[in-house]
Design a protein. Sequence first.
Lengths: 135, 394
Amino acid sequence: MQGVVERESFLSEHSMVEIAREIEIPAADVYGTATFYSFLETKPTGKFIIRVCKTITCAMKGKTQVLFAIQDMLKIKMGDTTPDKRFTLLETNCLGWCHKAPAMLVNDDVYTELTPEKVRDILTKYMDKNGNFHN
Amino acid sequence: MANSHQLKRVDFIFRNENDWEKILSNTIKKKPEELVNELMSSELKGRGGAGFPTGLKWKFTAEAKSEKKYVICNADEGEPGTFKDREILSRVPYKVLTAMAVCGYVTGANEGFIYLRGEYKFLQPELKKAIDEFEYYCNEIEFDFKISVFMGSGAYICGEETALMESMEGKRGEPRNKPPFPSESGYLGKPTVINNVETLVHTFTIFKYGAKKFYDLGVQYSRGTKLFSVSGDTPKPGIYELELGMSLQDFVYEFGDGDTKSVQVGGASGFLVPRKKFKDAAIGFKGKLRGISLPTGGSMMLFNSSRSMFNVLDNYLEFFREESCGQCTPCRVGCQQLLLGIKAVKRGDKPAAYLDKLIRLTETMQYTAKCGLGQSVANSFSSIVENFREEMIY
């Protein structure tokens, strides 16, 4: 399943049924396992998944401002994907960077000691990388 | 500040040593029983937080009869406020690998896994390189041990040893009933040693310098050193290796910002200690003669007087509610009700006495929940509510 997520960024109903058939277990078991893990998405996501840490230290050190900056820039709400299918914004539990809070993941890359300014720069880079618009 | 002399800094874990090849080849010349005895006499206890004697763990697995056995390194570090394991794996991976191989030698396992949490995926390439080099050397000295990396997928509960094994078998990461313990029936039903990353590095230190050196550090029942992940309201957040048994007061002298109101020891599943109790609290495993002793996985979060303890507790409960695997009712429903409960009290919908009811609920959870997650919610909940009751209500 991790392989499917790596290639297709999420587990579609179709691929879950296929997995179940392949290893001869009920599809419900596959679905149950997939939904258990927060890194196995069962809904379509954008190309870049932004996961902002919301656990205590990050919350104390200005996570909310960072989140506002992202929402403002991408014009999406928590849990949403941008219309161009580029970014999905999610919150997540402790990422293990409490000494450099606040922190976020963009796919597998870690960014720490975020500020609203810094996060704008980072996202702009992700837009540039793919020849997308930038403000 | 004054009095910080009691805090004993040590440097074993991150000491730059390039002699792992020598240590490995020398150690596996000794008898397995000898090595187990060495570990037992060092009194090393598991560094993941639970504190089970490591020597015993290895001994049980060594004594279990099976063709196939496994060694697992638990790197699913998810407790809020800990980040030491990542640092170990990125700075001294060879020590971990060597310790795993020695463990394999002692217990009769020839296969090892590192269960790495999904959030640390960026470590994987470096780690794989280290493993390749390590296995190359093992081949050279004709020592049969293979290590692979298994990636987690973002679930706090998978740090619980049996949940981790379920997860490795490709299932939902739900804890199993114990007994049987992993030393009898672990991964794929085979005897398995599962140790925290830091524990393994300590065994490396012990095999290199001898048990005595380790035993001489720390205090009775809590021997040796420990890595502390310091975060929150502190001028110097980071990772520090300190001797066990220090008083919390000394810790705060060293790391506080001068306005420390309370310290959360052991992450969200640990205890919150308010300022007036700093003097009586010592960091180490249970069994000290006087004062409060606080076991810890190494997470130390400091809060200063600008923080609302209600928000802190609210954040923890939110965390537990999401990370509860949902398998057993006390934990699944309990976490939800606790969160609803404190919010109702705050809003004024419930009287202050309702807090006592909630504390009784956490006590019930402590007895009836299946694994450490549900059982330990009581720790932070009651220590925060009892010490900062006013902040919960007004």
